[in-house]
Design a protein around this ligand. Structure first.
Ligand code: MRU
Length: 374
């Protein structure tokens, strides 16, 4: 997508051909800053401190983290160590495990001297594949938006609601949930997006609003609690979110608050779709509530808010009383029964075992047994 008119991805190789550059997403929307990753520890810190975030981008950054590690020391011991360090950065998005296993398996089969080049090549391929996957998700999701517009006899704007940021900043390009919205906008379908602010880190208010604005998509930021009210008043045609991990039966784990939106959508008969790339499916588990590890982050993300003051400075202020405890659960699970459909790179399917297997028939032979680390 474009930033100030310039085509930009969320991660790329620096001009020197070995360092990795990312957009520091903790600075958006107030500043567009590029951060340079030179070491394994830089990559791990970028993921855990959320300079990069979003399931697909976490996976892509981890792949480049292995490449940086192999450049420094291609020994088998260091490969295993690097995998463990990267795997420990964030627990919920399964793309992290997927990328580490994919790259790690390829590297272990090679002599140490061949590993760095192979890791860089595979990381670049993962990025390119992610872009193609997300564009395909967009095309399939576009059909859903077009159907709403056709039903309204092309007479009015289509109102969509999204939670968190599942746009191009969360992937390498295009996004998952936002990809259909960009394609609809580009196709001339009038769309408007209700953007949940997404407390506590405000990925909606800070990132989704910013990237929709960069692309010229009409949008309105709303408090997280407003979605149900809007749905009751017929102001949402369709909800669409991303997911950090989808189980083999179609439960989806996404940013905290997604479940409440799905409940409100169900109660108001508003379609609730979830967009995901294949690597976000965890074929080894069924029950999302019982089996997906939910990240708990520092309570200060809840008790403090950062923003720009009237004089242009960036300031962090406390909003809770001194001494009040804050619990910061980062994700929740929406059971498959509340999901109208899953939008993947292979098409739209029911959120069910049968639905997923209809699109991924090669998984009939699961479970593929994955080692826990690499
Ligand atoms: O904590 P974050 O910002 O990494 O959470 C991101 C999300 O919840 C996204 O919706 C999800 O990763 C899907 S991104 C295409």
């Amino acid at each position: 997508m474009k930033v100030n008119g310039k085509p930009t991805r969320s991660i790329w190789l620096a001009d020197d051909g070995w360092a990795v550059e990312i957009i520091d997403q903790t600075k958006l929307p107030h500043a567009f800053e590029i951060s340079r990753l030179e070491t394994l520890d830089d990559a791990a810190r970028a993921i855990s401190d959320m300079l990069v975030r979003g399931a697909p981008l976490i996976g892509a950054t981890a792949a480049y983290g292995l490449a940086l590690a192999m450049r420094a020391d291609p020994s088998t011991e260091h490969l295993e160590r690097a995998g463990k360090i990267l795997f420990a950065t964030r627990p919920t998005a399964v793309n992290l495990r997927w990328a580490l296993q994919d790259v790690g398996a390829r590297l272990r089969a090679l002599a140490p001297g061949e590993r760095a080049a192979a890791a860089y090549a595979r990381a670049a391929a993962i990025c390119d594949e992610d872009v193609a996957i997300n564009h395909a998700i967009g095309e399939h999701g576009l059909g859903l938006i077009r159907a709403v517009w056709d039903k309204a006899e092309k007479a009015r704007t289509v109102n969509l609601l999204t939670h968190c940021n599942a746009g191009w900043l969360a992937t390498v390009d295009w996004g998952t949930a936002l990809s259909p919205i960009y394609l609809a906008h580009d196709a001339g379908i009038p769309v408007h997006v209700w953007v949940d602010e997404t407390r506590p880190r405000n990925q909606g208010a800070s990132l989704t609003a910013w990237e929709l604005g960069q692309h010229g998509v009409p949008h309105t930021v709303i408090a997280d609690n407003a979605g149900g009210h809007l749905m009751q008043h017929g102001k949402v045609d369709l909800c669409i979110t991303g997911t950090d991990r989808t189980t083999a039966r179609g439960d989806v784990c996404n940013k905290i608050g997604t479940y409440l939106k799905a409940l409100a959508a169900h109660d108001n008969e508003v379609p609730f779709y979830v967009a995901l790339p294949g690597p976000t499916i965890d074929w080894t588990i069924e029950d999302g509530v019982a089996e997906i590890p939910i990240e708990e982050r520092d309570g200060r993300e809840l008790s403090e808010v950062t923003g720009r003051t009237a004089d242009g400075a960036i300031a962090t202020v406390r909003i809770t009383p001194e001494g009040s405890a804050a619990a910061n659960f980062a994700f929740d699970v929406t059971p498959a029964r509340l999901v109208t459909g899953l939008v993947t790179e292979r098409g739209v399917c029911a959120a069910s075992t049968e639905g997923l297997l209809s699109l991924y028939p090669e998984r009939h032979n699961r479970p593929e047994v994955w080692a826990v680390v690499l």
